[in-house]
Design a protein around this ligand. Structure first.
Ligand code: NDP
Length: 246
C-alpha cells in the first residue's frame, strides 16, 4: 500500500476485485479518496495499485472479518464517509431445477453480506450525523425476468431494505442511495451454472444491438450521487443501456 497525505474521507467498496466495484474504486481514487477495498481475491485489488488504498481479502458473509477490516481502515484513514455495498453474485436458474445452494449463496452475499456492510458503518454515521450508504441493487430489484427468481428475491430485498433504512437514517442526516443498473458487461454472468441460460442471456445482450452499460457508466452514477451536497439525497438511480427494453 502506498500512503500519501490525504484530507479526503475514507470510501469503502465491497466487491472491488472486478466489474462495477473495481470501476468505483478507480473513480473514487482518482477523486482523491483513501479506500478500503474488500473482496475475496486480494491480488486483483492489490494489482490496481491505487494510492492510499487498503486491500483486504474478506468474504462479506463473514461479519467478524468484515468488521475487523473496517476497524483497521478507519484507524488508518479516519471514519468512513461512504460505503458502496456492491459485492454480489447472480446465479440464474430455473427455480424448479436449480440447486437450492445457489439460492443460499445469493441470499447470503447479496442480502446478508450487504447488511453486514450497513452494520459496519451505520451506527457511526448516525452518531456523526453524516455519511452515505450506497447499495447496488439492479433493475431486477424492480421487475422480474425469466430464470431470475432467486436473484430477483435478493435484489427486491436490497430495494426494500434500502428504502426502509433511508427512512430510518434520514433524521440523522445519513443518506441511503440505491443504484439499480440494467445489464452491465462484467464477470457477473460467468458464475451461472446453466449453459443454456447463460447463452440466452448473452444473446439478449447481443440483440440489444449496442453495447450494454460498462462498469464505468455505473461508477459515474455512484460518484454523482455521492458528490451531491450532504443535504441532497439521490434516493435511487435506475440506469440501463438505451436499447435495453425490459
Ligand atoms: P462481478 O462478478 O464482475 O463482480 C462481483 C464482485 O463481488 C467481485 O469483486 C467479487 O469478488 C465480489 N464478491 C462476490 N462474492 C463475494 C463474497 N462472498 N465476498 C466478497 N466479495 C464477493 O459483477 P458486477 O460488477 O456486475 O456485480 C457487482 C454488483 O452489481 C452485484 O451486486 C450485481 O448484482 C450488481 N449488478 C450487476 C449487473 C450486471 O449486469 N453486471 C446489473 C445489475 C446489478 P471476489 O470474487 O474476489 O470475492
Amino acid at each position: 500500500m502506498m500512503i500519501a497525505k490525504t484530507t479526503m474521507p475514507l470510501v469503502i467498496v465491497t466487491g472491488a476485485s472486478s466489474g462495477i466495484g473495481l470501476a468505483v474504486a478507480r473513480l473514487f481514487s482518482a477523486a482523491g479518496h483513501p479506500l478500503l477495498l474488500l473482496a475475496r481475491r486480494g491480488e486483483a485489488m492489490q494489482a490496481l495499485k491505487l494510492r492510499n488504498s487498503l486491500c483486504i481479502s474478506v468474504d462479506v458473509t463473514d461479519r467478524a472479518a468484515f468488521l475487523a477490516a473496517v476497524d483497521i481502515a478507519q484507524g488508518r484513514f479516519g471514519m468512513a464517509d461512504v460505503i458502496v455495498n456492491n459485492a454480489g453474485v447472480m446465479l440464474l436458474g430455473d427455480i424448479t431445477r436449480q440447486d437450492p445452494q445457489e439460492w443460499d449463496r445469493m441470499l447470503d452475499v447479496n442480502v446478508k453480506g450487504l447488511m453486514n456492510g450497513i452494520y459496519a458503518v451505520a451506527g457511526g454515521m448516525a452518531a456523526r450525523q453524516r455519511g452515505t450508504i450506497v447499495n447496488i441493487s439492479s433493475v431486477a430489484g424492480r421487475k422480474t425476468f425469466a430464470n431470475h427468481t432467486a436473484y430477483v428475491a435478493t435484489k427486491f430485498a436490497v430495494h426494500g431494505l434500502s428504502e426502509n433504512l433511508r427512512e430510518e437514517l434520514a433524521p440523522s442526516g445519513v443518506r441511503v442511495v440505491t443504484i439499480a443498473p440494467g445489464a452491465v458487461e462484467t464477470e457477473l454472468l460467468s458464475h451461472t451454472s446453466d449453459p443454456t441460460i447463460k447463452a440466452g442471456y448473452e444473446n439478449w445482450k447481443t440483440n440489444m444491438g449496442s453495447p450494454v452499460l460498462s462498469a464505468e457508466d455505473v461508477a459515474h452514477a455512484v460518484l454523482y450521487a455521492y458528490q451531491q451536497p450532504q443535504h441532497v439525497c439521490i434516493r435511487e438511480i435506475v440506469l440501463a443501456a438505451t436499447r435495453q427494453q425490459a
